[in-house]
Design a protein around this ligand. Structure first.
Ligand SMILES: [Fe+2]
Length: 438
């Protein structure tokens, strides 16, 4: 099971020298660092660093030994009807990723894929995607297939269950799902893809620079990373993920990102790779810019790293991109041993991962069929999410791309596409989740 990536793909490695220009010209990095040091103090940050690196030793050992077996799978019918048991909740919350099988029945998912292929070929002159030379991620948001999948009654109920894994003492949010429109993937076999190396979504520098966002990681900066609660929506609901606008950043808060397969998915077949642990991994990523590695000796010995208050380099952090990671810049994560491929999935199965989870898209697709999936996250009802969904609905009714996906979409107007059906036929429950009544 372990060792899926014994040959590491040609993903970028982040080095201080190569990135020097980026950091010397942008004051926001050093400013964020200084503010955090002033707020929490050197001693607390150093204490957290040592605790986190030590905890990661056992975390990474467990991941290396168990690989994809770490990622649990549940039947959608059970999740919908019974929810999770207390022990399942604890396990899921620690690991932060899991499979929910048959959210949409396999036959229905296969039918929706056939329908999508017809839609794609009927509109091929007007559809664009990424990467431009061999698109596999399409700039389509409201094809009949995407709408049918994301508004499926099972899907809405599963999303609610996943939102319920978070808690919020403020009473200003609810686990009722809001439907976030995202793109669709249809990746042919043998198509190599290096565009999504290990990363964490939901902003990059904003995790440090936005005071509210930073506060969600209070225990991590204050010397007690073991107390970090990765499911506290009160701390997270007002965080500004979009403080530095960029094409990779979403404005909405996604409790879990996710996609639902339209065709079979398997390791080394264009699927997703996950680092199945949340708490200490994100603690490490947040603390990493405060320390400089030893110039010689064992880089894995955290006590040999030096506190670096005047160093503007945040490895893998670029204002407009997701938070990127690499083996050399983040050695204690042992990415090569611990990034595991999500288990095999049938059409209609879904994979979910926490908004702070490290993930990557498999560079290889050695399968025989296209690897197709609809991106559908679980978004709770929060003030920021409600506001976004309203603007998304207006865009959708006008045929325009959702606000998070305007960049690169040109004059896209999906209402003019052959086979366009729009939102008229969706259920009342789905309309509510699409912001029609708020
Ligand atoms: Fe991502």
């Amino acid at each position: 099971m372990p060792g899926i990536l014994k040959t590491w793909p040609l993903w970028p490695e982040f080095t201080k020298q190569a990135d020097a220009d980026v950091y010397s010209q942008e004051p926001s990095f050093l400013r964020a660092k200084k503010e955090i040091i002033e707020q929490y103090g050197k001693d607390a940050i150093c204490q957290s660093w040592l605790k986190t690196c030590q905890a990661l030793e056992s975390v990474t050992q467990e991941l290396e030994q168990n690989g994809a077996d770490m990622i649990p799978a549940f039947e959608a019918s059970k999740v919908v009807n019974e929810g999770f048991t207390e022990s399942e909740r604890e396990r899921i919350k620690n690991i932060g990723c899991f499979i929910v099988r048959q959210v949409v029945p396999e036959d229905e998912a296969r039918h929706q894929y056939a329908k999508f292929q017809e839609y794609l070929s009927a509109n091929q002159d007007d559809v664009t995607g990424w990467p431009a030379d061999a698109p596999s991620m399409y700039r389509l948001y409201d094809s009949p297939t995407q709408i049918a999948m994301r508004t499926h009654p099972n899907h809405l109920k599963v999303q609610q269950r996943l939102n319920e894994l978070w808690h919020d003492a403020s009473g200003e949010t609810s686990p009722e799902p809001l439907l976030y429109s995202d793109g669709i993937r249809d990746r042919p076999p043998l198509q190599q893809f290096l565009g999504l190396p290990p990363h964490i979504d939901a902003g990059s520098l904003s995790r440090w620079a936005d005071k509210t966002y930073r506060n969600a990681y209070h225990h991590i900066f204050s010397g007690n990373p073991e107390l970090h609660d990765a499911y506290d929506l009160k701390a997270r609901k007002d965080a500004d993920q979009y403080l530095f606008p960029g094409v990779a950043h979403s404005r909405v808060f996604r409790a879990f990102q996710g996609w639902t397969a339209l065709t079979p998915a398997a390791p080394r077949a264009g699927s997703i790779m996950l680092f199945p642990h949340v708490r200490m991994a994100v603690a490490y990523v947040l603390l990493r810019p405060f320390f400089r590695p030893p110039e010689s000796g064992d880089v894995m010995d955290a006590s040999k790293w030096t506190f670096a208050p005047d160093e503007p380099w945040f490895p893998g952090t670029f204002l407009q991109q997701s938070q990127l990671l690499s083996r050399s810049s983040h050695p204690h994560l042992r990415l090569q041993d611990c990034l595991v491929a999500s288990p095999s999935m049938k059409p209609g199965d879904s994979v979910w991962w926490h908004s702070d989870m490290i993930h990557a898209v498999d560079t290889e697709h050695l399968g025989e069929e296209n690897a197709a999936a609809v991106f559908i996250p679980a978004c709770p009802t929060t003030p920021i999410n409600k506001e976004y969904i309203k603007t998304q609905k207006e865009a959708s009714l006008a045929g325009r791309p959702p606000p998070d996906y305007v960049f690169g979409a040109g004059n896209l107007n999906e209402t003019l596409f052959k086979g366009y059906e729009g939102l008229e036929g969706v259920s009342e429950e789905a309309k509510k989740a699409l912001g029609f009544y708020s």
